[in-house]
Write a protein that binds this ligand. Sequence first.
Ligand SMILES: [Zn+2]
Length: 201
Amino acid sequence: MKRGWVNKSFQYLKLGDRISPADNVRYYFSIEVLEFTESVLKEYGSIEPSHEGIVLWAGRKNDNKIIVNSAIAPDTDSSGTHIIIKPESMVRFITFLSDSKLTYVGQIHSHPGSWVGHSSGDNDLSCFKREGLISFVAPNYGLEGILPFSQCGVHRYMDGNFTLLSKTYVAKRMKILGIQAKLLDLRNKMDIRWNVKNGID
Ligand SMILES: [Zn+2]
């Protein structure tokens, strides 16, 4: 029975606190996923004062090839220093995955400054933790975008922990393709955070 996407027997090459797993995994991101992700994080970052933001990524896996072709912006509670996905939004996310026959690949969330490590909250509260799940942390509330990926902390859940992947590994294994994406925005647009008038002056 498959336990996840990453074989637990991989050898690790230590590079400081970042590692380059000796595997054959390749990630292919839809450019539409990344553009949507950047726009959502920038909207959170543009709240005054800035909020952390989050986007969930889904896709398909063929052997060692992981195709990230879907992005979901869940509804959240957020502030400048935290973000939590609302439970009802998680239910809709799971339904979307099931209906679309997609698999949860990982998530990206933003941090206030340049630190792109995982907080203890990030480690403890991340949803659906399983082998191979990826977790990006974008610096500076994502206001400067998420590309190149080297500016983000790219973590992967391996052997029961989130581990930071080396910039070399990320650059070599994570590519961007012009493939179509499924995008889903579950945020409540009537929420005051998004400054959208509800038609009542
Ligand atoms: Zn965090």
